[in-house]
Design a binder for this molecule. Structure first.
Ligand code: UD1
Length: 381
């Protein structure tokens, strides 16, 4: 059977790695990887293919940056041509980016079943582009693979048929488990002149934070005031652009306690998360990685699509008010040992084992069933 995997951004490449390895080895599967080109810098895409030993994509749609409509529309137009030329049995879309939604819409409108990996996550904040992408993708998918029970519940609440949902666990945990030994061997700390458990790791890239210069200024103000700590700040290109625009860029470079860097590779980032005292982030993926690696996290947002991490006590939503960020950061660092003990004891609601294997088997058995009974299967579309 022919599977098309559509991806285009940094986190999608990472979370697809175990699935790509598995599907590539499977003799019954012909996998084509379509890279939309939403991310195109070496540090935002190629480095992950290299580090995770992934095959070159079959095609790159080279859509680049642009407005949401531009990105989504361009992907649809270019992907449609490829899917029309040679039919796929399934289109697999991971995550919640514009590439995810565009991939799902193009496929479903051609009558090709869609499999959504990381289905059911909800922040219930429709001002986030990712929330729009998640909801729409889920509602046009044939198979929905959820990382947690809470994600499954979210889908059921929205009236999505139970028959379409499979709880598989989180492929981001799967890739972390597979790659952790390699991450441990990197010299990421030495390269940045860091000792384990002596620094705070800061990332921010969400448009609602970095495109709003007041919020971005607040986050930077908090980082500057936390000058009793070393802060490592790998910046997304969107963030660097906004920092330069606002004049904050040079201010940051003058701070002796802030180590500002380009975006890091996956293995380096995992090593840095594991060895940090604390994470300050607005990334969805890093909230989970911090939890899995038992590092406390403060999320620079008011909502999260991963409430599981907050419930367990590994993650606190602090928004972007500098005094709230500073107060919570210092409070967490004071209770470090207690929090660590709690994290060591907590279970992992994101994992039930072999996520990618479950995804691949579900797609295969759905396709087999479809061949046997096209009418029944079509009802699921
Ligand atoms: C996208 C996803 C977001 C995900 C993030 C991971 C959407 C709506 N957002 O956000 O969910 O968390 O990827 O990084 O799909 N840029 C470069 N080089 C690149 C890519 C981007 O310089 O390789 C700059 C450009 O100025 C661009 C900006 O970053 O305009 C934003 O890129 P874009 O793809 O629109 O969204 P992200 O912020 O990366």
């Amino acid at each position: 059977m022919k599977l098309t995997l559509v991806l285009g951004t940094r986190p999608q490449i990472i979370k697809s790695a175990p699935f790509i390895h598995l599907a590539s080895k499977d003799r019954e599967i012909q996998l084509q990887i379509i890279h939309t080109g939403q991310h195109y810098d070496y540090e935002m895409t190629k480095v992950f293919f290299e580090q995770l030993d992934l095959p070159e994509p079959t095609a790159n749609l080279s859509i680049g940056s642009g407005t949401h409509a531009e990105q989504t529309g361009k992907i649809m137009l270019r992907l449609e041509k490829i899917l029309q030329k040679e039919r796929s049995d399934f289109v697999v879309v991971p995550g919640d980016t514009n590439s995810t939604l565009a991939g799902a819409l193009t496929a479903v409108k051609l009558g090709i079943p869609v499999a959504h990996v990381e289905a059911g996550a909800r922040s219930y904040d429709m001002t986030m582009p990712e929330e729009i992408n998640r909801r729409l993708t889920d509602h046009c998918s044939t198979l929905l693979f959820t990382p947690t029970n809470n994600c499954t519940k979210n889908l059921l609440k929205e009236g999505i048929s139970k028959a379409k949902i499979r709880r598989t666990g989180d492929t981001m945990y799967e890739v972390l488990e597979q790659q952790l030994p390699r991450a441990e061997r990197t010299a990421a700390l030495e390269r940045l002149g860091l000792e384990p458990k002596t620094y705070v790791l800061l990332t921010t890239h969400r448009p609602e934070n970095v495109d709003n210069l007041e919020k971005l200024g607040n986050i930077i103000e908090a980082a500057i005031k936390l000058n009793s700590l070393t802060i490592v700040f790998p910046a997304h290109p969107r963030t660097e652009k906004q920092l330069r625009k606002s004049g904050l860029y040079h201010k940051i470079l003058k701070q002796k306690h802030i180590k500002f860097t380009k975006p890091l590779g996956y293995l380096e980032m995992i090593k840095l998360i594991k060895n940090a005292k604390l994470i300050l982030t607005d990334s969805g993926g890093m909230q989970k990685e911090a939890f899995w690696l038992k590092t406390p996290c403060l999320t620079l947002r008011d909502t999260t699509e991963w409430p599981e991490t907050v419930k367990i006590g590994a993650n606190v939503l602090v928004g972007t008010d500098p005094s709230k960020i500073i107060k919570n950061a210092l409070a967490i660092l004071e209770k470090e040992t207690k929090i660590k003990e709690k994290l060591e004891r907590s279970g992992n609601p994101f994992w039930i084992g072999n996520a990618s294997e479950k995804i691949l088997q579900a797609i295969k058995s759905f396709a087999e069933q479809k061949n046997l009974d096209d009418h029944t299967a079509a009802r699921y579309l």
